[in-house]
Each structure stands twice: as C-alpha cells, then as structure tokens.
Design a protein around this ligand. Structure first.
Ligand code: WTA
Length: 608
C-alpha cells in the first residue's frame, strides 16, 4: 500500500521495525517523501484545475473554490516567506487561525520546508496559546487579524499579541487578513499577504525521512499540562490516506465535507491530509451548525452537492433539538456516507442521522480514534460491500489494527462478551511517536500501563458478535462537545483564585454536549465571601486560562470534599451526586468525614 498510495522521493527498504515495550517505532526506513508533494504536486501534474478546497465561509452562502494548482501556488509562496525569515527543517511554527485556504496552505508550507507545525485551536485563550508556544519553543506564529464565527468577531491578533509577549522564542508573527480590520502591529509582526505578493511561486519540497516529525498537536491527559503529540511523516500520511479512502468510500471527483476545525486532529487528518492526499475536493467549514439557522449544514450539502459528511455527535444532538424539519427542507440526495467522531454516537442520534440526513440510504460510520492514533482505528467500512452496520458502536477494527481488552491485572480478556481497557496490540503506521520533549511521559501514559500494548485511556465492550462498543474514558479526561479536557487543567485554573482552598472537577452527562463540567469548590473562608461573585470570577479565570468551552456548567460551593483517610478525593461519589444518582452513592463509611457527603447532597439539591 505504501508503494502504491504514496509518491516517494526515495523508496524505503524495510516496512517496519518497532518495539512496543521500548516505544521505538520505525516505519518505511530509509525512505523519504514530502507530504505537501503528495497532497498537492501529484494532483497538479494530473489534474491541475480540479478543486482542492471549497471554503464555506462564515457568511452564509459564500463559498470560495481553490484548485490544486492554486493551492500549490499559495503553499509555495507561504513556504518561501517562511524560508525568507530563516525558518527551516525541524523548526516549530505555531498556527493560530480559523479554517481557511490560507490556513491549509500554511500547514502545507511547513510540511514543504520540513518545519513542524503546531496548530492551536483558535478558540483557545491567549494564555493557553502561550503555554503551547513555550513548550515547543516555536520560532514563529501564523495568524489572522480577526476571526468570524457565527457572525461574531473574535480578536485573534490581540490574543496573539498578549501570548507572544510571554514567548521570547518567537521571532516573527505572520499576520494574514481575514476581515481587513485595522489591527495594530507589534515589533515582531509582518504582513503575510504583502510578503506573499512578492514571493516566488515555486519552492522545492524538502526531502523528509519517513520518521521525521511532521507536526505536533496538543491534547489533554488526565494529569499535568497538555502534551504535544508528535506525528511521523510517511506512516502518518499512509494511514490517513488509506483510512480516508476506505472509511468514507471516497474517490477523486467526490465532494467531501468534514466540518471539524483544523485545530483538532480530525481537522488535520480528515480535512487536510487524508482528503488532499487522495485528490478529492475537501470542504473547509468556517462557521457553526446553527448560523444563520439550524439548516446551515444541509443547505451547504445541497448547494455544494456533498457526497460524504463527517461531524461530531454533539452537533447532531444540537440539531435534533432544533427539529426534523431542517434537514427535510433540502435536497440531500448527493450524500452517500455519513461519519461521526469524538464521543459515542448514542442510538437516538444514530437513528436520527440515518433517517433524516441519510434518508435511510447512506452508510453511517461511527469512527473511534484519538489524537494519538493519527487516524481512524475502529469503524464500520462501507467499502466492504454488504458488511453490516449496527447503531451505537464503531464495531470493527480497521485493517492493521488489533484491538485488545485488558483487565486490571493486565491480563488480556479472551473471547466475547467482555469489558476492559481498550488497547491496541500491534504498532500501526499512523500512531504518534512521542510527546514533544518528554518521551518518558509518552511511555508512562501509553505503553507502560499494559506492557506490550498501546493503551488508549478508553474502556470498551466486545459484544457476543465480536463488535466493539466504547464505554468511555477510564481516566480523568472529560469530553465536552467533543473537546478533550483534563479535569486537572480546569482545577488548576480555578485553584489560582485567592479565596479558593480546594477544587474538584468532574464530567457529568449533558444532553447536547455529551459531558458537562461540574465543579465543587471549597473556599478558604466561606463566611466572608460573596458566592456569586466568586463563581463569576472562577468562570472568567477558566475562560482566560484555557478556553470558553472549558468553563464549568455548574459550580457548587461546599464546606469540604469527600476524601479517603489517606486524603484522596472520592470522585466516584461526586460523579454520582452531580449525575443525580443520590440513592446510589454506595459505601461512604471509609471516608475521613462521611458527614460531608450529606451536606454536599443537600447543597446540590437546593442549587438544582
Ligand atoms: C473519544 C478525536 C466513542 C474517546 C478524534 C477518545 C470516541 C477521545 C469516539 C479522543 C467514538 C472519539 N466513540 N468515543 N466514535 N471517537 N472518542 O484525541 O474517549 O480529540 O479517547 O480525538 O474521544 O479524542 P481526541
């Protein structure tokens, strides 16, 4: 597959040499290729005028098309600008931009010169951006003057200004125009648009070794600061190309729309690298599902004649609430495959997606994977003709993936009808290779919990028919509208408040978001505080330190937290209280102070 699917500058001599225990992975050794050459030049040679990207802009009904030839031109210009500012192979470049052709060209430009991009979701705060820039010592940031989402202006450049103040490694900030607003320039700022006008339109593609890092992307774990997962070059590209083609049943000429943001792994693998390496037309969605109304996706599907559509369960649940009439207003006959990712696609949402969007004629693919896996690992595959697809689970491993379920004694569970920690038994080309600057943490998190296996952090059930169903995270990671967050990150942000003694954050079922955030707060001195004021300040602190989507839905001020005698917070009990399972709190007698539970329950009931 690697030989036939990819264009090599030099062909590899070994397929794989991997060691799961040591965390050493080498796929396609002694080979070299360039991802931008595979995603653009190859297609320009055969079909230069084919549309590579359709930019579905925030402003309803406004689309812009970019051919593969134009994308090459744009990418080479950006690459030459970066090179002209001393950026070269191995340098890290932060990209903080909303979805646009220029953002994609910026990613591909980094690939072209071998710079490692670190895309930071443009919904993250300045503080979160600064932490990520510092961790990777990025030498440059690419951004836009402003962003627009759902008709609202976001002051992107201002955020970059305050982030970059804390980041001495940054030599230049490249500012592109999105709205044309007159934003003040700082000493490191240069206009990307002006520099691109003068730049050369050709730029040779750097020769990249198969295992050279291609990009890094931060994601949350259960403890500590977000980790920058490092991905490879050849293995990653092969894996996203294969999965994209087989899972979505996608071929050149198709109009494929994954509505994710490029700031997440789904945007990397299935808006940019998968579809472009396969030469299809990829839609870049800049807006939100309810702007100007809940028919936005379906109006777009009709207008652009979309064949494959890929979204998140949270968006589907939101649209279910808006009513069945929205998808019924539009002609959705172009659709063939409907995908979902990010959290479990519950039965009700699956049925609605199938009936009202797919008109009971499309294949539904519930795809399970992670930032760490690079691409889809468990999913139905409609290209296997006639294979059954059942609601409520991702079902079958993709080829090359060997899932295993393990119990708490690290024993692999054999046979069906078993539930355990979801692991993968054999290396696969798309897997992340390390955490930037901290390979030990990579080993501790993924490879040491179950020696010889990759551990996902999720639990799963293998049904009697052999199909896999995901049961959710087994750690303190929560999933809010498909955005991954560590409870510790939210706690750390609130612990900074001067009146706060202690915090405990948990995820709790939420009708639309999948999980909502519930924070229990202990104040240093409850008697002197205005509780509402503290709550407002805490919400603000989370928005400023992390992002708006991380702001707790509920904050409950309590006199103490349920702890074991050794001081460990019993989150299990908090989860039950938050979820309203008040009669199922279980044995609390082992707590240091069991009476605190009763008080918390009372406060929770009053607050509801
Ligand atoms: C969850 C997103 C159930 C899971 C590509 C995983 C899912 C985390 C599914 C990764 C699915 C993703 N069914 N749960 N189909 N897909 N998840 O890194 O908990 O943002 O570990 O990658 O999302 O989130 P991440």
């Amino acid at each position: 597959m690697a030989k036939s699917k990819l264009r090599w500058q030099q062909l590899f001599d070994k397929v794989q040499q991997c060691d799961m225990e040591k965390g050493q992975f080498s796929w396609f050794s002694n080979g070299s290729l360039n991802i931008s050459d595979n995603c653009i030049d190859r297609h320009v040679e055969s079909n230069p005028d084919q549309t590579a990207l359709i930019w579905e802009k925030d402003e309803p009904g406004t689309e812009e098309r970019v051919s593969y030839k134009e994308l090459l031109d744009m990418t080479c210009r950006v690459a030459n600008v970066l090179k002209g500012h001393g950026i070269s192979k191995g340098d890290r470049v932060a990209i903080y931009m909303p979805n646009s052709p220029l953002a994609v060209a910026s990613m591909l430009a980094c690939m072209r010169i071998g710079a490692v991009h670190s895309v930071v979701f443009a919904g993250f705060s300045a503080e979160a951006l600064a932490t990520r820039i510092q961790d990777a010592s990025c030498v440059a940031v690419i951004t836009t003057d402003q962003a627009v989402r759902g008709g609202k202006i976001i002051e992107l450049k201002k955020m970059v200004d305050s982030a970059v103040e804390q980041c001495p490694s940054v030599r230049n900030v490249f500012v592109a125009s999105r709205t044309g607003a007159d934003v003040p320039y700082q000493s490191k700022d240069v206009s990307l648009d002006k520099l691109m006008e003068q730049a050369d339109t050709s730029c040779p593609a750097e020769q990249m070794e198969s295992e050279d890092p291609s990009f890094m992307l931060y994601t949350s774990g259960s403890t500590g600061k977000p980790k920058g997962l490092l991905h490879s070059t050849a293995g990653y590209l092969l894996y996203v190309a294969l999965t994209h083609q087989a899972v979505f049943n996608c071929s050149p000429g198709d109009v494929y729309a994954c509505v994710a943001d490029i700031g997440w792994i789904t945007g990397h693998s299935y808006v940019v690298y998968g579809p472009l390496s396969n030469g299809v037309t990829s839609v870049l969605f800049e807006s939100i599902p309810t702007y100007p109304d809940p028919g936005r996706y379906w109006e777009m599907v009709e207008r652009l004649k979309v064949n494959q559509f890929y979204t998140a369960p949270t968006a589907i649940r939101l649209l279910i609430k808006a009513g069945d009439s929205w998808p019924q207003k539009y002609n959705l006959s172009s659709l063939r495959t409907l995908g979902c990712v990010g959290e479990p696609l519950n039965h009700e949402a699956w049925e609605w997606y199938n009936k009202f969007v797919g008109q009971s004629r499309c294949d539904i693919v519930d795809t399970w994977w992670q930032t760490e896996t690079g691409g889809i690992c468990i999913t139905p595959r409609p290209s296997e003709s006639g294979a059954e697809i059942l609601p409520g689970m991702p079902m079958r491993p993709f080829f090359g993936i060997e899932p295993a379920l393990l119990d708490s004694q690290q024993r692999e569970l054999i046979g069906n009808d078993v539930t355990g920690s979801l692991c993968i038994k054999k290396p696969w080309p798309g897997m992340a290779r390390s955490i930037y600057g901290d390979h030990e943490r990579f080993l501790d998190t993924y490879l040491r919990p179950f020696p010889g296996y990759y551990f996902s952090g999720d639990g799963a059930h293998r049904h009697s028919n052999g199909y896999y169903q995901i049961t959710g995270r087994t750690d303190d990671v929560i999933n809010v509208s498909g955005h991954r967050l560590g409870t510790a990150e939210v706690e750390d942000a609130m612990d900074e408040h001067e009146s706060v003694a202690e915090t405990a954050v948990i995820g709790t079922p939420h009708e639309v978001k999948g999980e909502g955030i519930y924070a229990f707060i202990v104040l240093k001195d409850e008697s002197t505080e205005d509780e509402n004021k503290v709550k407002m300040e805490l919400k603000e602190m989370v928005a400023v330190n992390i992002a708006k989507f991380a702001v707790p839905d509920h904050i409950l001020i309590v006199p103490g937290l349920p702890k074991t005698r050794s001081g460990k917070i019993m989150r299990r009990i908090l989860r039950k209280i938050a979820g309203g399972e008040l009669s199922a709190l279980g044995d609390v007698s082992t707590l240091a102070d069991p009476s605190v539970v009763e008080v918390i329950v009372k406060l929770h009931v009053v607050a509801r």
